[in-house]
Design a protein around this ligand. Structure first.
Ligand code: 13P
Length: 265
């Protein structure tokens, strides 16, 4: 049996509530319920509660984009996983924009992954190398370090349940053509998915390595999604820019359906 596909939209810091509500309405109209495709919308804290009243849970699950690792206390301006616990199924953790622009360290990311599990939120752990690391061919070393540190406090059962998104930072938000220079290829995605599973197997065993869901993310759109979704070991995609456009995003869901059912693109 084919594995389910997981499609995650990362809306990032975009749209006021009314615009987000209109986008959700359009997605409801466009996207059918597919039992073998799980669709997750990662939205701002501000949108989570009101859109939870609008969302059709048979079609979509909600995710946060970040949260703080302590459960409560004097952390003005932060939101904890314990506050999100009733509202979301997932949270992104360690997105490259958090690591690079907000200085999140390996330690912060590790504590956030643990805090997510402590509060019954499944982490979608984002890992990926930056452009200079890519040019120095240090990708595997970077992935190894980010992964081993983030998973340090987890059990094999927890790792089996979580999601890991490989997002090469140099290829994020770079447009449409993966034949150009700054876009990773489906072969890169396949190679890194295999590498991530191998590393997980060596620490947590075969079951965790096989069960963990691995996504590819960086400039995925309705044109190139199929090739990434067909790549061996890739369970789905994490979509930024293209997830803000309902034609594009429903096209990506359609590509997942066609990939699962072996239909022509
Ligand atoms: P883009 O799809 O806009 O490249 O963003 C990728 C990303 O960062 C998703 O988390």
């Amino acid at each position: 049996m084919k594995r389910k596909k997981l499609i995650v939209a990362n809306w990032k810091m975009n749209m006021n509530l009314q615009q987000a509500s209109i986008l959700l309405h359009r997605l409801h109209e466009r996207i059918q319920i597919h039992k073998d495709i799980e669709i997750v919308l990662a939205m701002s804290y501000l949108h989570l509660q009101p859109l939870s009243l609008q969302i059709d849970r048979r079609k979509f699950r909600q995710s946060a984009q970040n949260a703080y690792y302590d459960d409560h206390g004097p952390f003005t301006g932060e939101v904890s996983f314990s506050m999100l616990h009733d509202l979301v199924h997932y949270s992104l953790v360690g997105h490259s924009e958090r690591r690079v622009k907000f200085g999140e360290s390996l330690d912060d990311v590790r504590k956030k992954v643990s805090a997510a599990f402590r509060n019954d939120v499944l982490p979608i752990l984002c890992i990926g190398e930056q452009k200079d690391e890519h040019l120095r061919q240090e990708t595997k070393q970077v992935i190894h370090d980010q992964l081993s540190s983030a998973l340090l406090d987890l059990t094999a059962e927890e790792v089996a349940e979580m999601v890991i998104a490989y997002e090469p930072v140099w290829a994020i938000s770079n447009g449409t053509d993966y034949h150009g220079h700054d876009i990773a290829t489906p072969d890169d995605a396949k190679e890194m998915a295999a590498y991530i599973r191998l590393q997980i197997e060596s620490t947590f065993g075969k079951y965790a390595a096989n069960s963990v869901r691995i996504l590819y993310g960086a400039s995925v759109n309705s044109e190139n999604a199929r090739a990434f979704l067909d790549a061996d070991g890739v369970d789905g995609v994490l979509v930024g820019g293209a997830s803000l456009n309902y034609h594009e995003f429903s096209g990506i869901v359609n590509a997942a359906y066609r990939s699962l059912h072996g239909l022509e693109a």
